[in-house]
Design a protein around this ligand. Sequence first.
Ligand SMILES: [Zn+2]
Length: 254
Amino acid sequence: MSGQASGITLDLDGELVQAEVVRSPRVRVARIQIGAQRPLRIIVPADTSDEDAADALRSKRSWIRDKLRLIERQETPRLGLDRPGVVWINGAAMQVIEGDVRFAREQDGVLVVPAGEQAAEALLRWYRRRAREYLRELVATEAKRLGCTFRRLAVRDQRTRWGSCAPTGTISLNWRLVIPPRSVARYVVVHELIHLSIPNHSKAFWRALSTALPDWEQAATWLSDHGHELRSYAPETRALRRRGTPTSAWGVDA
Ligand SMILES: [Zn+2]
């Protein structure tokens, strides 16, 4: 692109955005370019002033903002939960191998699952059992700390929700909360526990949340960045390695 370039800073309803103005003798109508790893750029006829270029950009501000959001989301690093051969507990990977077992079970920090078609179901059962134990403990700990009482905890396979709270005092949580770091699950638990006494998202609710969990926003941001990947997670059982063949004459696994 030939021609004179300049940089301008735009205020799109309070959001400051840097844009590049490129002037070209071959351009008759202004053209806006936005892309990943590329600055926001407007290509304009050679005699266009910075102010006119800024006006042209401002007139498309909602389109520009939507585009920038989309790029930001797409550039958010993925967690890579679908990596084959591992399961995730509290933000850490655990190796999964096939072995001569009927149910999934942990042995020396490795998860051993039945071979073949049963692997996927065994893994899912194990995950949900792990999630129940973990979330039961987490809810009990937080309820005690905050001095609130709940009637029942249900751990469910919910595709769209992380947690919910019924007026009857039942708290439902998504089993996938066993996968991310504890701070993330803790945020969802505390959020629902506060709903027991404040069933809406009023100012009082957010105040109570900030008191109960001062750094809740970090966990909420983690969820909005990675929630989509976490929600669609299904353990990957293809390409599981089989436990090493016996190395001793007695047939004992190494
Ligand atoms: Zn809520």
